[in-house]
Design a protein around this ligand. Structure first.
Ligand code: HEC
Ligand code: HEC
Length: 340
């Protein structure tokens, strides 16, 4: 009698568990689907030509109100060549009153063209659709086989154009560019905008063209000598897009901050890299190290060890968007740690 009753209870439990697993799986699938649709159905057009962009014309410099720019310290993309262009609606200005967060005029578009081994493989776009600083729609376009136009993607794509280049899923753009109120451009910023005219639209040139609301003609200084500036600038774009206060992707239990802000960049010693990394302990240690940076000891410094790895996202830093180590960046950080 008792055995029969407990057998029935077990069967009921199994049934509830089965139902629970099914509900979870359906819930997860729906959540994924809404993420894909949220990005795919955004206001950005479905083909690149409809956005008004033609990378060949941009390269030739024949697109109106469109300017090339290169961040002072670019993001490492496994050696892909990248070309960036910004287009402002005629007669508009950037509200640059807060140097840590420029607000671009509604209608601004920024395109980033990727070529790998000389082959055109993708164009990404940030499109300012409203008045708030975070009103950016994001989209990514992959070339058609005949290269006549590029189509907006809903999902990621691997080994594009027979190269090793992978296009991230549109829902991944927010890991670095921020979600909702934190969304922002990462290269066209006060700290990263080109220092010289050769790299395209510098702040001085923006002032000349009447593109700035607050009259300034120089970018905020990154402190330190040439080599320290290179490290701080490198860490800002390559790590600081995720490792900053209020990141939507890195848990706030991780104390590491590698971005540049005007409040902290007055002196080398007050920058986030120095105050949160040098001689500081990580949230979760590993790889036999227990400090982010130990002066003079790169091999015992967690940030250096993780930058040197590519292991499908287990320890490697950055965890996504790269399959090859940035030897130049790694060496820069090694020299910095040795010199501390
Ligand atoms: C791994 C981090 C990362 C991911 C993921 C990422 N970006 Fe970026 N993106 C950056 C950084 C850092 C810059 C600035 C440095 C540079 O361009 O080299 C940038 C620059 C850009 C620019 C040029 C404007 C600017 O911010 O200065 C555009 C446009 C852009 N990204 C669009 C996208 C889109 C669309 C996606 C999703 C398909 C995406 N990005 C995914 C890190 C990322
Ligand atoms: C695309 C976002 C992203 C970028 C870019 C990125 N990280 Fe991270 N990082 C993370 C996330 C998420 C974690 C937490 C999970 C983990 O430890 O793997 C993390 C954790 C870390 C940790 C351990 C933190 C702790 O206290 O446990 C270190 C060290 C680190 N990152 C270094 C770097 C360095 C150096 C760079 C630049 C070369 C970098 N990261 C770029 C997302 C990023």
């Amino acid at each position: 009698m008792n055995a029969r009753r407990s057998g029935g209870a077990l069967r009921r439990l199994a049934k509830y568990l089965g139902a629970f697993v099914i509900v979870c799986a359906v819930g997860f699938a729906l959540w994924q689907a809404q993420r894909v649709l949220r990005f795919y159905l955004g206001p950005s057009e479905t083909t690149l030509s409809q956005t008004g962009f033609d990378w060949r014309a941009a390269e030739a410099g024949t697109m109106e109100n469109t300017f090339r720019f290169e961040p002072s310290y670019p993001f490492w993309s496994d050696g892909a060549a990248k070309y960036r262009y910004v287009q402002f609606p005629a007669g508009t200005k950037i509200d640059n009153s807060n140097p840590d967060r420029w607000n671009f005029p509604k209608g601004t578009r920024i395109w980033k063209v990727f070529k790998r081994d000389g082959v055109y493989v993708e164009t990404r776009m940030l499109y300012k659709t409203g008045l708030e600083p975070w009103d950016w729609d994001m989209a990514v376009y992959a070339p058609r086989a005949d290269q006549t136009d590029s189509d907006k993607l809903a999902l990621s794509r691997k080994n594009v154009g027979a190269t090793e280049h992978d296009i991230p899923a549109p829902s991944d753009c927010v890991t670095c560019h921020g979600d909702r109120e934190t969304r922002r451009p990462l290269g066209l910023t006060a700290f990263q905008s080109p220092r010289t005219g050769e790299a395209g639209l510098s702040i001085a040139r923006m002032k000349e063209l009447g593109l700035l609301m607050a009259p300034t003609d120089h970018a905020p200084e990154i402190p330190g000598n040439e080599s320290i500036r290179s490290v701080l600038g490198y860490l800002d774009t390559n790590c600081g897009s995720c490792h900053h206060e209020g990141s939507t992707y890195v848990t706030n239990k991780v104390p590491l901050r590698l971005n540049l802000t005007t409040a902290t960049a007055g002196r080398v010693e007050t920058t986030n890299a120095y105050t949160t990394a040098v001689n500081r302990k990580p949230y979760l240690d590993g790889l036999g190290t227990d400090h982010y940076v130990i002066p003079g000891k790169p091999d015992q410094s967690f940030i250096y060890r993780r930058m040197k790895l590519r292991d499908n996202g287990i320890w490697q830093m950055p965890p996504i968007a790269t399959e090859r180590v940035d030897d130049v960046g790694v060496e820069l950080v090694r020299q910095w740690i040795l010199g501390l």
